[in-house]
Design a protein around this ligand. Sequence first.
Ligand SMILES: [Zn+2]
Length: 388
Amino acid sequence: MVPDSSTAKIPCADEMNVSALIPRLSQGDFPLIRFKRFLSHNKQPLWQGGGTVFSLDIMIEKISEHARIEPDRVRQLISEKQDELSGLVSEEGAAYIVAREMGLNMIREGRKQLKVKNIVPGLRSVDLVARVARVFEERQFEKDGKKGCVINVLLGDETGMLRLSLWNDETSIIKEGKVKEGDTVKVSGGWAKSDNRDNPELKIGRGTIEKVDQVVELPDRAQLEQDFQTLKRADIMDFKEGGQYETRAALVQVFRRNPFFGICPECDSRIKESNGKWICDEHGEVKPKQALVLSGIIDDGTGNIRVVFFRELAERIFGKKTDELKELADNATDSMSIFDSVQGLGREFTLRGRVKRNSFTESLEFMANDMDDVDARSEAQELLKQLA
Ligand SMILES: [Zn+2]
């Protein structure tokens, strides 16, 4: 949802701001006191910190489930609670109180203002204030006869850069010129997913995006562009979690694991299998397109690290296109025989990418975003320049 200036903050469909519950309570002393005492069990007062409660329907559903009573009975309890509080509390407020009396907390996790580096795939209710470093060209597609479009935006702060993808109506904020490169934007209630290279990607979903006056210190656009483009050449022994580096290293090992994974044919995002169906978060059930992932070990003489290549980079390491490899694997007695002729094994590359911690193995790995074959001549010229 993209608000215009008159509706800058639209609450998500299934939630409302807690502060909306409060004004009616302040009309009378008695219920206010009771409400306050009741709230003192909470570590956080309701009207601070931007916590949200669920909508009335969801609260009724949750209470009904929790107490194993019919939704109608829950509605009755809510109405009785309103009567008890002389009608000074809203239905939502009364539902909240009924729930709490049954030991149910209806406050959602309070939102935190995050920095780019804290945004990981799977995170919901993301609030972020960041600089628009770059706006990419609009991409159009057609799905079920309906036209759609996506505009990717690069957001940055002092901790890093992150891609925000705007879909369909969400792109109007760019098309109408409300947000331009260099502007500061606030994303409220967004969510993060993995892009096809396993980098976090921010989406608006049921949240909002708006241009804001700069309220926090942010690097300017030129600085962000510079940080983004010039990766520091680093030794593997100096790699740190979250860092982005360029390294010159040899691919010394390749792991023989199934290199194919399904992606959405519409948006190239990763998809999940559920009951034999392939589901894209954005496009629902889809017929998966095959993409390639290859992992191994790189070594630069100072140390070694697990490396992951996706898609085109993996194709270059294999020396074959995805479709060709898939066909070879499907027709071979041992599908792993496609690893017998990996062309990049033992070769040296200049690799650019990001160091992250693998959530399963807990060890660091290098997610390659870009690579070049080492060009002996340009490397030598670089060395000569340093000596001069
Ligand atoms: Zn999709």
